[in-house]
Design a binder for this molecule. Structure first.
Ligand code: PFF
Length: 448
């Protein structure tokens, strides 16, 4: 069977950046920056992205492209008769589990988008926004509906394949996302008092920086670039040999980072201008910002744009998450793309039900003192993801070998570059050790 391919350079960049740019950039990055003291945290984050992010991304792309296969097939092809294909299974399982709860948060966003566009959200009294949010996420039938909507839109795009689905829609959605962000930035930085927010973002105060924030920055850089869960391996397998993987990775990483910073430039000047606290945490977007928009002229319009922006960012990420399992099932079980997409979408929806219930009638159910939603997040994002990241580095560095990897990265010498030594050291030692430390820290094996 002939494999589909991305057809244009812009298409590949839009799709890979679409995966990387998601809730992580527009929801999580601003709030962890807010909690960790702003600019100093951003600086550490940039170092992590450049040092570890680039090397791991380039390696995952090379792995996929060389093997022309889904993650488990890729490990199997490059090291036959070994158990390395289990690393591929792990990556596929991770992306599938992440999709089940990522779709729930994306569902909250669509619901907020809906209540912004109908003008309902802007009329909720500021002191009632917290209970508005709690009632909403606790309303299980409604949340299941919005989660299903997210999964439905995702499946609709994935079913059409790489060129006619993912590439086509990413090429439309990513420019819309950028345009929306630019409009919001102009609004935010022209507010009275916006300067304080910009200072918070760009004037480093190292006294706020703790070891914990460094580890958080490292972990987030991995998540934000969609590494360690088979996505970049899968997308790599659809990239032509004539593409320059290093330049592609740098562009995707630059786009991911710039968009995260732009999201910060939208959020913090507005938060400071209206006298709110930057360190609100996860509720920053769902509780603080709606209050900010209420004070703003044409607030309802900007609020709608803002939730549209996060909605787009989330959907271009969910399509990449679903694509991993779809490629895996079509290739390993010889199933049609359509059938695989439909079955997997049903599976993801079913898996999302317990997490949704954990905000409603199952809110009292705790496993290891975590709610079901938090447990899924914990297992996938804090255990499986780093584990699969470490194994991928070890595989590329020690099993497949950096010489072969380097050859694939340079398209067999078509795009020579001189970083072999740095690449070799990073993928063999620095990256796996750094990720291992995140794993120890996030599983509480080391405490800070
Ligand atoms: N990178 C995306 C984000 O920052 O929101 C999230 C994500 C997408 C994580 C896809 C993992 C993934 F496989």
């Amino acid at each position: 069977m002939k494999r589909d391919n991305f057809s244009s350079k812009f298409g590949v960049i839009a799709a890979a950046a679409g995966s990387a740019i998601g809730l992580g950039n527009i929801w999580k990055f601003p709030y962890i920056t807010g909690q960790n003291g702003g600019a100093a945290f951003i600086l550490v984050y940039l170092i992590c992205i450049i040092l570890v992010g680039t090397v791991v991304m380039v390696s995952e792309l090379a792995l996929g492209r060389r093997a022309q296969s889904n993650p488990s097939g890729a490990f199997k092809k490059l090291k036959p008769s070994s158990r390395w294909n289990y690393t591929g299974y792990l990556a596929v399982a991770t992306s599938f589990i992440i999709l089940s709860f990522y779709s729930i948060i994306a569902g909250w966003v669509l619901s907020y988008f809906h209540s912004s566009i109908t003008g309902k959200l802007i009329n909720v009294a500021p002191n009632e926004l917290t209970s508005y949010f709690e009632n909403l996420v606790g309303n299980t039938p409604m949340m299941l509906f919005f989660t299903l909507l997210v999964i439905g839109i995702t499946a609709f795009i994935v079913i059409s394949g790489i060129q006619d689905g993912i590439e086509k829609y990413s090429k439309i959605l990513m420019p819309v996302l950028l345009l929306t962000l630019i409009i919001l930035i102009i609004r935010s930085i022209t507010l009275d008092g916006a300067v304080k927010g910009l200072e918070f973002l760009f004037k480093p105060d190292f006294s706020q920086l703790t070891t914990q924030s460094v580890l958080e920055a490292l972990g987030h850089s991995f998540y934000s670039l969609s590494l360690g869960m088979g996505i970049i391996i899968t997308y790599g397998s659809y990239i032509k040999k004539e593409e320059d993987l290093v330049s592609l990775s740098l562009k995707v990483i630059a786009a991911d980072t710039i968009i995260a910073l732009m999201a910060g430039i939208v959020i913090f000047p507005a938060v400071f201008a209206y006298g709110f606290e930057p360190g609100a945490g996860p509720s920053l977007v769902f509780i603080t910002l709606p209050a900010v928009f209420q004070g703003m002229p044409f607030g309802s319009f900007f609020e709608t744009l803002f939730f549209l922006l996060i909605g787009i960012a989330a959907i271009t990420s969910t399509i990449s998450l679903l694509e991993v399992s779809v490629t895996f099932i079509t290739e390993e079980f010889h199933m049609s793309r359509k059938k695989a997409t439909i079955l997997l979408s049903i599976g993801v929806f079913l898996l999302s039900i317990p997490s949704t219930l954990s905000f409603g009638i199952w809110s009292g159910v705790k496993i290891f003192s975590l709610s079901i939603f938090d447990l899924f997040d914990y297992i996938a994002s804090y255990i499986f993801l780093p584990l699969s990241g470490i194994l991928t580095c070890i595989f590329v560095g020690w099993v497949w070998g950096t010489k072969d990897a380097f050859n694939e990265i340079s398209s067999d010498g078509l795009y020579p570059f001189s970083g072999y030594k740095v690449y070799n050291t990073t993928i063999k030692y620095i990256a796996p050790i750094a990720i291992f430390i995140i794993l120890l820290y996030s599983t509480n094996i080391i405490k800070l």
